[in-house]
Design a protein around this ligand. Structure first.
Ligand code: C5P
Length: 483
């Protein structure tokens, strides 16, 4: 059964759900259950019991860099003069498409008001462990867990001490004790408090517990004439640290490498409406393009006619025939890695009819076939601009390994990915693949050949595994001493 994550719903829907659940004094989850039950039973409350505030329902969330994954933070603001910076922190987090729900300790309310925090976060603010509105369904547990990260800014010496010792006598400390999420602390206090042995012990304990610290920085204190370590980090520093925890940088081992991939079948025209084709779906080549792109490569995908949409971030050149495919492949050179996954037609019709061929009493028109250029062999045998790593595919219905080994020698490529496409396997057009990676040991021509057989996998997994092998080969080569 699918599960529904409320925070991933559209802003307008979320606002509607929050307002409606608040009115009915239910949790949002319970409200969703009630709505679904009413819908099924055909007795639906009017869908707009409240006007949805336009600022929340229609204002586009500012985006910094395209489609960042959504994330949410519970921000605990404890009572120190640095609390004013937390208002800016809310804004900085929201700029990064991070939802913020705020909790204010009693002392924090001496420095910032729930109204200001709520206006900036576009959310209700939580202040009280014994608030009947949110605690009737253990609201502190939801605040502790229905988020991806907890940020405490400012974190006072008192809150640090409570945390280090597991106290839970107010909403903030109860959340911190009940959470199973990562916690980022931005301490702020007077330098003497920061250097006090008790705070040192508490900080050491919290670090052992896996809490992440940002700051404090060194500088002027609010207290006239005092300076030292204790200033809370700036809002932008805390937001950046939060984002790094929420969206850790993805390794991009193929950054700076150009990868060329062919995919799909080719269509070889007989006349303007007929062609010779095969059953290749292009799924394997497209999956490799997506995996190489995810590894940071600059990917050019030359594809025959397929019913697949362009993988994100990949330059796609759509072609029909083998000759067009070869033209696009040559135009893409030089590349660092070339992977030829296309099921290129071996033959084409020698002279393509300019008009649709007609049935005549003379019987069937003769179709004379001639060989297509072998793209893999052509590129593998280039003397200049040969890509340092050339990978071919061998789709076979019998003697898979032997045929693939001889193809490796005949075509002059470095690796062959061999797969059994006999109809019983369902590989052609299907979603799974069983492959064997055939390569020359030590990369030497005429040398011993290695066969690495992989278990049955989806085509996406085959793609990821193949790209991992490419990454290893590229990395190993870059470590070889220059000769
Ligand atoms: O069709 P064959 O089994 O020879 O294909 C093996 C490899 O050669 C595949 O990688 C395929 O993309 C490539 N090939 C090619 N041009 C052709 C035929 C095959 O690039 N004309």
């Amino acid at each position: 059964m699918a599960s529904l994550t409320i925070r991933k719903l559209d802003d307008g829907v979320k606002t509607y759900l929050r307002l409606r659940s608040a009115k009915n004094r239910r949790s949002v989850e319970e409200e969703v259950r009630v709505i679904l039950r009413e819908l099924i039973e055909g007795r639906q409350e009017p869908l707009t019991p409240f006007a949805v505030p336009p600022a929340q329902s229609t204002a586009p969330t500012p985006q910094r860099s395209g489609a960042l994954p959504e994330a949410s933070v519970t921000l605990i603001i404890s009572g120190g003069i640095a609390a004013y910076k937390s208002l800016d922190l809310i804004r900085r987090l929201k700029e990064r498409r991070i939802e913020v729900r705020c909790v204010l300790t009693k002392a924090a309310q001496q420095f910032v008001t729930p109204l200001a925090v709520s206006a900036l976060s576009h959310e209700r603010v939580y202040t009280d462990l014994f608030d009947p509105q949110s605690e009737f369904d253990a609201g502190h547990i939801r605040l502790a867990r229905d988020c991806d990260l907890i940020v405490v800014a400012p974190a006072t010496a008192d809150l640090l001490a409570k945390m280090a010792n597991g106290h839970a006598d107010d909403l903030a400390s109860a959340i911190l004790l009940a959470t199973n999420r990562k916690v980022l602390l931005a301490p702020a206090m007077n330098p003497l408090m920061w250097n006090n042995a008790a705070t040192r012990r508490n900080i050491a304990q919290l670090q052992r517990d896996g809490v992440v610290l940002i700051g404090p920085n060194s500088g002027e204190m609010a207290e006239a004439g005092e300076a030292g370590i204790g200033r809370m980090s700036e809002a932008i520093e805390i937001a950046t640290a939060a984002e790094r925890l929420l969206r850790p940088p993805v390794p991009r081992p193929l950054a700076g490498k150009r990868v060329l991939i062919t995919a799909g079948p080719t269509h070889e025209p007989i006349d303007p409406v007929r062609y010779i084709a095969n059953r290749s779906s292009g799924k394997q080549g497209f999956a490799i393009a997506a995996a190489a792109q995810a590894a940071g490569a600059d990917v050019i995908l030359v594809s025959g006619p397929v019913d697949l949409s362009d993988p994100q971030g990949v330059t796609v050149k759509r072609v029909e025939s083998a000759r067009q495919m070869l033209d696009q492949v040559q135009a893409a050179l030089p590349v660092d890695i070339a992977i030829f996954a296309a099921a290129v037609a071996d033959w084409r019709v020698a002279s393509e009819g300019e008009q649709k061929l007609k049935k005549t009493s003379a019987g069937m028109p003769p179709l004379q076939l001639i060989e297509n250029p072998d793209i893999l062999a052509t590129i593998s045998k280039l003397t200049d601009r040969r890509p340092p790593l050339v990978i071919g595919f061998a789709a076979e219905t019998e003697h898979l390994i032997d045929n693939a080994k001889s193809k490796l020698a005949r075509k002059g490529c470095d690796w062959i990915v061999a797969n059994d496409v006999s109809p019983a396997t369902g590989v052609m057009g299907g979603d799974r693949n069983t492959v064997h990676l055939i390569s020359r040991k030590n990369g030497e021509e005429g040398g011993e050949i290695a066969v690495d057989s992989w278990p049955v996998m989806t085509k996406e997994q085959v793609a990821i595994e193949l790209v991992a092998h490419v990454v290893k080969s590229v990395t190993d080569k870059s470590r070889e001493p220059a000769s």
